[in-house]
Design a protein around this ligand. Structure first.
Ligand code: ADP
Ligand code: MG
Length: 617
């Protein structure tokens, strides 16, 4: 499905959150590594109550979240400090994080603020022990280019990552403090994006710039995109949790489709003079029901949706109907979902029960009825939420925060957060960033080109290395004189092959890789010996490279020893050499390499073999 985005007035903007790979956290000296809970992991419990922001009222999102009083449990690791537990004030804004942020600002063509003030942003979901997230505006007014025109960068902030949600129960949540306080940059674009494709391209370009610093975290959850979408007659909807960049265009397209359909439905509802009646207790209708869901509930509440007949079941996204939107609101308040007359009789509800249901709420043929079956208190609040959402359907598209689903659709999460949530963090003094000290990093796109033209890597390998996890090691190896193709091949192909053979390559440190490559450069190790030596080092990270060479049985093969082996092979095959001359080369080369078992460099062996054959034929 494709729409005329220009005619519809599509407007989109992105918010990109990227974790930085710094030594220490943003406000304390703890490491930024993620941890697995173990038997020695401590935990403590807090109850958070919403307080009014010093600058204004609690916003809708905060209010809705805080309606339920919940218990928060925090996992503290041996690296967790009092700052993370909120028992000590924050220390300082981490310099490495700020420097990285300034590099990003330079790439985004932003203007850096004169003074960076740390602010507090209220969070009530327990994801921060202090009850707020610290956020610092670093730069504004940048832009990036896309094929469909430039996209403004509104602002760039340095924030602290929230605690990781580990487990959710009815009465509370468990969070891990390993993630809390990891530096995070948040980049917000201007609402300049006009097509789904441009949204994806802008996100990809910003992602590439972030990686160009070489100082961003990699892997699942380390970058998160929020995509904001509206069409002219619709409303701004913020979609969270986009899994991968390739999904962004589908997500924007899906949201346009949803808004178009909701506007269509709204127009029909208005033409029907549609309205939503007050909820009614219809528990009695289902006294004898065979529907498992309803029979298992204490109470059933229903609403008459006047003039909604046929529209609740109308599809607005693949496999999602207006009824699904209503259902999301019921779910949010603890119900399992809703039933509505556009889909009944079904789920064990009979035709005669539907008839009684209609009678009970005084619905005629042009009306629909929606019901929630649950524990009485839940049914009551859930049906109210469904009624509010149905009411909004007569007006069009509600502004809201939604969660991205994997198939390009999305589901209701909560109202859009308001803006009145920031007040100054008095424990951290403002800093004056100095952008003149900053060298903007080379873009990965330029790096790929340089690897190709200057270092002679083929395009595929150049891209693999530049975008890969070992780019910094590659750069250092080349700097120290290692042949670029050998370095790239080792860091990309060899490591991948070893991983496939279940070698724990994750254990290999940067210096182990670098020292192994240098051993090759010095002539202490043949290229063919790289894989066995890395296997040794992965199995026993305490080994030095010379020790690993030794324990791989590859030590001490100098040029003379190689010549000796080659000479032996040539002598053993004397007849063949005499009759075929250089024609015997390939066969003998194989035999020599076999005899040397990776202890000697192929090029050296080949050179010496040529000499030896030459002398004898
Ligand atoms: P807030 O003050 O709520 O953070 P912003 O103006 O900063 O709102 O916008 C948040 C995000 O929404 C940005 O990515 C921006 O580009 C985008 N955005 C703003 N207005 C619209 C709109 N009308 N339609 C779609 N996206 C929008
Ligand atoms: Mg904003």
């Amino acid at each position: 499905m494709s729409h005329d985005y220009e005619a519809l007035g599509l407007v989109a903007g992105l918010e990109i959150h990227q974790q930085l790979d710094t030594e220490t956290k943003l406000f304390c000296n703890c490491p930024t590594e993620r941890r697995e809970p173990s038997a020695s992991t401590r935990s403590f419990t807090r109850y958070l109550h919403p307080t009014k922001s010093e600058l204004g009222e609690l916003d809708d999102a905060a209010l809705e979240e805080s309606r339920v009083d919940r218990e928060f449990r925090y996992l503290a690791f041996d690296t967790t400090c009092l700052v993370e537990e909120d028992d000590e004030p924050p220390r300082r804004l981490d310099g490495e994080a700020l420097e990285t942020a300034l590099e990003i600002a330079a790439l985004l063509d932003c203007t850096v603020v004169d003074r960076a003030h740390v602010m507090r942003k209220i969070v009530v979901d327990g994801s921060n022990t202090s009850g707020f997230q610290r956020s610092t505006l670093v730069a504004t007014d940048g832009k990036i280019e896309t094929e469909d025109g430039s996209v403004g960068i509104a602002d760039m902030l340095l924030e602290e990552e929230s605690a990781a949600r580990i487990e959710e129960r009815d009465d509370g949540v468990t969070y891990g403090l390993d993630r809390l306080g990891i530096p995070l940059v948040e980049i917000g674009t201007e609402p300049d994006i006009r097509t789904p494709r441009q949204a994806r391209e802008a996100a990809e370009r910003i992602g590439m710039m972030l990686r160009s610093t070489g100082r961003v975290k990699r892997g699942l959850g380390t970058i998160r995109q929020d995509v904001n979408v509206s069409i002219e007659e619709g409303a701004r909807v913020e979609m969270k949790g986009v899994q991968s960049l390739e999904d962004i265009d589908d997500l924007v397209e899906g949201e346009v489709a949803r808004q178009v359909e909701l506007l269509d439905i709204a127009a029909e509802l208005r033409a029907n003079d549609a309205s939503v009646a007050d909820p009614i207790d219809v528990t009695a209708v289902f006294e004898e029901t065979d529907s498992g869901v309803i029979a298992g509930a204490d109470a059933v509440r229903a609403i008459r949706l006047e003039g909604f007949d046929g529209l609740v079941g109308r599809e607005i996204q693949p496999d999602r109907r207006l009824g699904t939107e209503l259902s999301d609101h019921a779910t949010r308040h603890g119900a399992g979902g809703i039933f509505h007359t556009d889909e009944l009789p079904a789920y064990g509800v009979t035709a005669s029960e539907v008839e009684s249901l209609r009678a009970a709420v005084d619905a005629d043929g042009s009306d629909a009825v929606a019901l929630v079956a649950a524990e009485a208190a839940v049914a009551e609040t859930a049906i109210e939420a469904v009624a509010d959402r149905a009411e909004a359907a007569t007006e069009g598209v509600p502004e809201e925060t939604r969660g991205a689903n994997e198939d390009g659709t999305s589901r209701y999460l909560r109202p859009l957060p308001g803006a009145a949530r920031m007040y100054p963090e008095t424990d951290v003094p403002p800093v004056a960033p100095d952008p003149s000290e900053i060298d903007p990093p080379e873009l990965l796109t330029e790096r790929v080109e340089r690897y190709r033209s200057e270092l002679g890597l083929d395009s595929g390998l150049a891209e693999q290395v530049a975008y890969g996890r070992h780019m910094t090691i590659f750069e250092r190896a080349v700097e120290r004189g290692v042949d670029p193709t050998t370095a790239a091949g080792t860091l990309e192909s060899t490591l991948t092959e070893l991983r496939r053979d279940d070698v724990p390559v994750g254990e290999l440190t940067g210096s182990a890789l670098l020292n192994t490559l240098e051993a090759v450069e010095r002539g202490d190790l043949a290229k063919e010996g790289i894989a066995p030596v890395l296997s040794e080092l992965a199995a026993d990270p305490g080994l030095s490279v010379p020790e690993a060479i030794e324990s791989a049985g590859l030590a001490g093969v100098d040029r003379e020893a190689v010549r000796e082996t080659v000479r032996e092979v040539v002598e053993r095959n004397g007849e063949q050499v005499e009759s075929e001359g250089m024609g015997a080369f390939s066969a003998l080369m194989g035999e020599c390499m076999g005899a040397l078992r990776g202890k000697a460099d192929g090029e050296v062996v080949s050179e010496l073999l040529r000499e030896e054959i030459g002398e004898r034929s």
